[in-house]
Design a protein around this ligand. Structure first.
Ligand code: WT7
Length: 645
């Protein structure tokens, strides 16, 4: 099959799907000709305390201002909980929790989830948390993580989740940046049979976080952890002391819902800010359309709530739509490589959403672990986080889904709040490796280096020309950085940082980042962050970090390191530097290769030529291009000769 081969829409899905090719075309047309009318109608999918009369008020120029539904009032937790109770669905399972240990699982109904959320919301209020205050969440994949998010939403507090795999340093810098008032964490987390020392990490981080007044601690593994008198409180005790109902705060549509830190090409991670009304509409709209979600279905997104995928497609989207959402504490290869499919069968999962890096890792183990399980319940399967190579796509489609399940390759970003480009199962034919077409209301375009629009089948920088409700509103505390990062490269356009190709059918093929951001196993990493971790080591003079192709992770982290005069390179020092970066940032930033560099290729003005470093890391040393503008071209010869295999 050629790359561009079409995989037709399944008649069985199209005949019952909410969105077909015809209705999709009508939606696309209306969203373009009458955006206010279109989004006023779509906004009805969530519960408003006061329905909005103003719909879209956005500008990508000047000070950049993005407002949707600006006079509407709502509470996100009401859309996710109360209205399902009012509709008589309180006894439906909201969350299926599947533990790291295959023998541990539990189910939480909408009524039970509502009660847990109200108790923790009351507990936070009792600790003095008010509307607009920031709350940091550093929890493993347990039900309490969803409870924590919704409890913040309930009282109008802004949550900022930090992935449990981040180091104390990464945690403290995020807490400091948004001046969080309380921290919600656990004694320990579990992953792949190992324990993650969350409370120990948190205690380390909090040594430099004066804004934190209290810590609520979930007793999860039962490990013996230090509790600081006056500051630390057990979650279960706080919950038990509170009433089971809690009046939801009345929020304006443009009041913040959450902050989520993400890496950029420069400087420290940015606090991406999402607000309430537009984000909720986008989460619900995209979850229903892209997964062709139908009432009663079991839906499983394998992400962690520490990433945006977990926010939108484990918690807010599915719960707004009244789905049963599965939360998985574990990893794909524990206790064996059949775990995903064992869980699919155990809970009769209908919709499954995972990342290419997981698919590639499972593919390497062959069909055996897949075929041991039935997978008959699966109906739609998704992919997210990085480009999926056609080979992995076809394996997913043929072996896992037995050519029965459409694959939705969903392109989006932390900044976009939810999916922007993806097939719809009943409406868009797929091509292995292509994210296909934009959702109704999304207007992508390709531009050249000067910002000139490129037409037809072509390749260029991916921009979005107009706003959609789920778009981020600002960088927390730094609006100029928001404008600078996303709207200055191509003035008047939202720049994604991605490159893409568009084929003759108008399908988009994302080619990857065109900036200094790399994508390691679906996790976004700023090369600048790894560089600053490296140069913080006392023996390191200078460092340059680039992505390199990696069979499983998509990209690996390749570091060029120049040592201080007098320091001797050694394998022991390499190991030390790897451990150092893991400690500074977290295990997701583990360098894959370190090359000793007596010098780095710099222009005469001192700018590092990363293009050359990327080519060397990728072993494409025959394509180094023009090196004559370098201050010292001999540097390149040395780097090529000593490239890490
Ligand atoms: C970057 C965003 C979207 C939630 C998870 C990652 C890459 C994401 C795809 C896809 C090709 C993709 C892009 C994007 N990316 N999905 N389906 N095909 N690339 O969110 O950490 O904000 O990263 O991930 O490069 O810019 P994120």
């Amino acid at each position: 099959m050629s790359d561009d081969a079409l995989i037709a829409i399944k008649p069985s899905i199209a005949s019952t799907a909410k969105v077909t090719a015809e209705t999709r075309a009508a939606m696309v047309a209306r969203a373009k000709s009458d955006p206010d009318g279109f989004w006023r109608d779509e906004a009805k999918r969530i519960a408003w305390m006061k329905a909005p009369t103003k719909i879209k008020n956005t500008s990508f120029t000047g000070d950049v201002s993005i407002k949707w539904f600006e006079d509407g009032e709502l509470n996100a937790s009401v859309s996710c909980l109360d209205r399902h109770l009012e509709a008589g669905r309180g006894n439906q399972v909201a969350i299926i929790w599947e533990g790291d240990d295959p023998n541990s699982d539990s189910k939480v109904t909408y009524a039970e989830l509502h009660e847990q959320v109200c108790r923790i919301a009351n507990a936070m209020r009792a600790l003095g948390v008010k509307k607009g205050d920031r709350v940091c969440i550093y929890l493993p994949m347990i039900v309490e993580a969803a409870v924590a998010m919704l409890a913040c939403a309930r009282i109008g507090a802004v949550h900022s989740i930090v992935f449990g795999g981040f180091s104390p340093d990464s945690l403290s810098s995020r807490i400091q940046d948004s001046e969080c008032k309380i921290l919600l964490t656990a004694d320990e987390g579990r992953r792949g049979g190992r324990k993650v020392p969350l409370k120990v990490n948190a205690d380390e981080a909090l040594k430099v976080c004066p804004s934190i007044e209290h810590v609520l601690v979930v007793r999860n593994t039962g490990a013996d952890v230090a509790m600081q008198a006056g500051r630390d409180i057990w979650w279960h005790e706080a919950a038990a002391a509170q009433p089971a109902t809690c009046a939801p705060e009345r929020m304006n549509a443009e009041d913040p819902l959450f902050i989520l830190y993400t890496s950029g090409s420069t400087g420290k991670p940015k606090g991406v800010l999402h607000t309430t009304g537009g984000y909720m509409v986008w989460a619900s709209f995209t979850h229903e359309l892209v997964f062709d979600y139908r009432p009663g279905e079991i839906y499983w997104c394998t992400a962690d709530v520490g990433w945006v995928t977990g926010h939108t497609y484990i918690v807010y989207g599915p719960l707004a739509n009244g789905a049963t959402t599965l939360m998985f504490e574990g990893v794909p290869n524990y206790p064996d490589f059949g775990r995903m499919w064992q869980v699919v069968d155990k809970h009769q999962v209908n919709i499954f959403y995972t990342a290419p890096t997981a698919i590639r890792a499972l593919m390497r183990e062959g069909e055996g672990p897949v075929k041991k399980h039935s997978r008959k319940s699966l109906r739609v399967m998704g992919s997210v986080g990085e480009p999926i190579n056609p080979e992995a796509w076809l394996w997913y489609y043929r072996v896992v889904g037995e050519e029965r399940c459409p694959i939705v390759d969903t392109w989006w970003q932390t900044e976009t709040g939810g999916i922007l480009i993806s097939p719809l199962p009943g409406a868009v034919a797929q091509k292995p490796g292509s994210a296909t077409l934009p959702l109704p209301g999304v207007q992508p375009a390709l531009v050249d280096g000067e910002g000139k629009f490129l037409e037809g089948a072509t390749e260029g920088n991916l921009v979005i020309t107009d706003s959609w409700p789920g778009q981020m509103r600002t960088v927390y505390g730094d609006h100029p950085r928001f404008i600078q990062t996303y709207f200055s490269t191509f003035p008047g356009l939202y720049f994604t940082g991605d490159g893409a190709r568009r084929d003759e059918d108008g399908y988009y093929w994302i080619t990857g980042r065109v900036d200094d951001v790399i994508n390691v196993a679906g996790h976004r990493m700023g090369t600048a962050e790894v560089e600053s971790a490296l140069v913080a080591h006392p023996k390191v003079a200078e460092a340059a970090v680039v992505g390199m192709p990696h069979e499983l992770k998509g990209q690996g982290i390749y570091c060029y390191v120049t040592l201080n005069a007098g320091e001797e390179p050694s394998d022991a020092l390499k190991k030390e530097l790897v451990a150092w970066v893991r400690k500074e940032i977290g295990p997701i930033a583990t360098p894959d290769a370190i090359q000793w560099a007596p010098g780095l290729p710099k222009t005469r003005s001192g700018k590092i030529m990363r293009r050359i470093l990327r080519k060397i890391a990728a072993n494409e040393t025959d394509q180094l291009g023009d090196t004559s503008t370098l201050a010292d071209p001999a540097v390149v010869t040395d780097l090529v000769e000593n490239r890490v295999q």
